[in-house]
Write a protein that binds this ligand. Structure first.
Ligand code: GUN
Ligand code: FE
Length: 470
């Protein structure tokens, strides 16, 4: 078992047993278990019978368990557009690709196909928890919540609110209608998951340029009443920031727009946060709002490079977001490796941070251990779920992925190359080196099984079943 309890540190739990009860909660983490006898003793000590509890053993060197990834920012409705963005930047990308696709999901059979594939792929890439934007359509949004629930993915599902500037064919009629529609989704989710254990609604004002003051104030009132989380975008693109200045001339800056409308608090997830000023970042830190870092999207739409170290040092909690389909990939492993690479870009000669001492340069770079923290426990903090998910600790949920980094025998590798992905492990690598090879070359091929709250929600069916046991 490998997990990141603290920023910058991975803990390797060798020869360990993690015991999960039937509700999916971790009830014991036992080191020094390396034979069946130990496990049986453990059962006896915890007074369980082998019938009502399962024990998962982690002592095959080729396999390790990792906490499920947390995607703190994803547009499920944009899933069919992954990789399609051409040379656009944010505002023309929205008009060219995004709004037409989102509007088309009012057709429910299409929404079902798109959302089913999106959730399937996210699970197959090890994402056990996601904060999703759906569309303005209530029925399609409710369908996304139904599918997350039935397919077993932990999710926040947001009905998108936008009553301003969007195209005529894709815009809320009024703030009142938008709030009523949001309320309808909240009630629907309550009807399928009363305590929002697995699936929760999330209030979703799209971003300041697409929202009237009335819609933001209305959502703030809903939030004060319900204590639900909020998600939106901030400071992603320089033209967007100019637009916000024009639209809200009385606000000091972009962060102030959300703050003065009562939407900046410890339950707010802000995506991107690339071009924030010192003052904005300080305000976000003070309000304890969270940030979804979306490096794949920031590169694809040429938005900029977020200064993650700077945000972290202000005490702001940061997670990773795929931002499908501003981002080109559903994979949080891809987001993690991209987060690492763009943190290098920041301090390269000619990079955004300019002249830094070599010590400062080294500091701005994120390590593999750090980006894996952001992908799991960091994301859990951003979603307000740190007491529930993110690490393998007693009391948390068994939200986990089983990762294969083994040596594929030559005859299998040649014979069935495509099934085993791009991570070749020779056997002499240290545990840290295995992790590094996985982070940079791993993909869904490495994800053998995925669980959410103890339920198996994804399993890779191998075409050659037997070689692993040889
Ligand atoms: N800002 C407003 N809407 C969006 C969106 O759908 N994706 C991204 N990346 N930024 C946005
Ligand atoms: Fe986004």
């Amino acid at each position: 078992f490998v997990h990141a309890k603290h920023l910058g540190e991975l803990e390797f739990l060798h020869n360990t047993a993690v015991c999960v009860d039937t509700s999916g909660k971790i009830v014991a983490v036992e080191p020094n278990c390396n034979q069946q006898k130990t496990v049986e003793a453990l059962y006896a000590r915890l007074r369980w019978s082998l019938e009502d509890t399962s024990v998962t053993l982690g002592w095959d060197k080729r396999l390790f368990f990792f906490p499920g990834f947390v995607d703190t920012h994803a547009h499920a409705s944009q899933y069919p557009n992954l990789g399609i963005f051409g040379k656009t930047t944010l505002l023309d990308w929205l008009n060219t690709y995004t709004f037409p696709t989102e509007a088309s999901l009012a057709e429910l059979p299409k929404a079902r196909r798109v959302y089913t594939r999106c959730i399937r792929q996210a699970l197959a890439h090890g994402t056990t928890t996601a904060a999703y934007y759906a569309t303005i359509d209530v029925n399609a949004t409710n369908l996304l919540a139904d599918l997350c629930f039935s397919m077993g993915q932990r999710a926040f599902v947001g009905r998108v609110c936008m009553d301003h500037l969007g195209p005529d064919y894709y815009r809320d009629e009024s703030a009142d209608q938008s709030i009523a529609a949001t309320q309808a989704t909240i009630e629907h989710i309550r009807s399928i998951d009363n305590n929002f254990e697995l699936v929760s609604p999330i209030l979703t004002p799209r971003f300041a340029p697409a929202c009237s003051s009335e819609i933001m104030k209305g959502l703030s009132e809903v939030q004060q009443r319900t204590q639900l989380p909020v998600q939106t975008h901030i400071s992603e693109n320089v033209n967007e920031i100019e637009l916000v200045k024009e639209l809200f001339p009385d606000c000091k800056h972009y962060a102030d727009v959300y703050d003065t409308h009562g939407l900046l608090n410890e339950k707010t997830i802000l995506a991107h946060a690339i071009h924030l000023t010192e003052e904005e970042a300080d305000l976000i830190a003070k309000r304890k709002a969270k940030i979804a870092h979306c490096p794949c999207s920031n590169s694809a739409l040429s938005s900029g490079v977020a200064r993650v170290r700077w945000l972290l040092e202000k005490g702001i909690q940061v997670g990773l977001g795929s931002d499908m389909s501003g981002g080109y990939s559903p994979s949080i492993l891809e987001a993690a490796r991209h987060a690492k690479l763009v943190s290098n870009h920041l301090i390269m000669p000619g990079g955004t941070l300019g002249n830094l001492s070599s010590e400062e340069r080294d500091k701005a770079k994120l390590s593999i251990e750090e980006v894996l923290y952001l992908a799991t426990k960091g994301g859990a903090e951003v979603m307000g779920l740190a007491d529930k998910i993110g690490t393998f600790e007693v009391g948390k949920q068994w939200d986990a992925q089983l990762i294969w980094t083994g040596l594929v025998p030559d005859e299998v590798a040649y014979d069935d190359f495509t099934t085993y992905g791009a991570t070749d492990i020779f056997g002499w690598e240290t545990p840290d080196e295995r992790i590094a090879k996985w982070v940079f070359n791993g993909d869904s091929h490495n994800v053998r099984k995925v669980w959410v709250a103890g339920r198996l929600v994804h399993e890779q069916l191998l075409r050659k079943e037997n070689w692993m046991d040889e």
